[in-house]
Design a protein around this ligand. Sequence first.
Ligand code: NAD
Length: 299
Amino acid sequence: MNDAQIIDGKAIAADLTDKLAVRTKVFVAKTGNAPCLAVVLVGDDPASAVYVRNKGKTAEKVGFKSIQKILPADTPEDKLIKIINDFNNDDGINGILVQLPLPDHIDEGKIIDLIAPEKDVDGFHPINVGRLGAGDFVNALIPCTPAGSVILAKSALGDNLSGMNAVIIGRSNIVGKPVAQLLLKENCTVTIAHSRTKDLPDVVRSADIVVAAVGRPEMIKGDWIKSGATVIDVGINRVDAPEKGDGKTKLVGDVNFGEASQVAGAITPVPGGVGPMTIALLMENTFTAACRQHGLSIA
Ligand code: NAD
């Protein structure tokens, strides 16, 4: 029996944004402009609306200019394309994010391909995906959730992850695959597990670092975790919480936190783990994009 260190993503994210606010003041003094993040939301999905609002609030908190374009669900694809082209051509906008998912009548891939790679602060454009794959960290913009996950792992393990066994559960383009690239860069031995992986519990038991990005509530059990491992739970799942009252819900991760925290060395909670890091890294990416566009070093 062991009590894992709880990795406080909220505090680590707040520390990052506090430091970024100071760096932003220097940027403004040098350029006369604040970095500007433009976020586009199509439709009225309540969760997406909350994410977009929080992105705007955090941008303003660190001293950025924030533009939010909220469009109705039936917005024609052509109209969205024009808005992105306008943002691409506007030198006053440094970062562009289109909140996903988009309504079915809009081709998500086409929209992502359209965002200027140097303004693609989500890091989803094929050019940025390719740069990450090729290890070009000088020019790439790195997806926010994966970057935040690695920072949290390092907060528990220190900066040197070399030689550690990392098992990532989930192979999505937005989480699993980029986390794998980042951990390879850190010289981890990386395994990507997924829905067809055989003997998943055994694979996970080999991990010094577990990154769970599946989208299945509490799927990863305590007895899958090696004693002392570091567990980064990316999953965000809303489940019924009758103990809180009729019709109430709560958020849980992909890892059974109660069980895993008895075995792990360190573990992220849900909420309050990876989630807050995603927004903080979005701000970092916007700052990075703005510095590159102004030819400034990213101090
Ligand atoms: P996704 O649905 O695109 O990918 C899920 C992956 O899990 C797939 O690769 C699939 O092969 C794998 N998988 C599914 N069932 C499995 C099983 N039984 N065993 C092993 N692997 C299985 O999801 P995603 O976009 O990568 O998101 C994953 C989770 O992370 C979701 O809960 C999502 O809400 C959350 N998320 C959180 C943040 C954040 O900011 N914290 C950001 C992005 C995603």
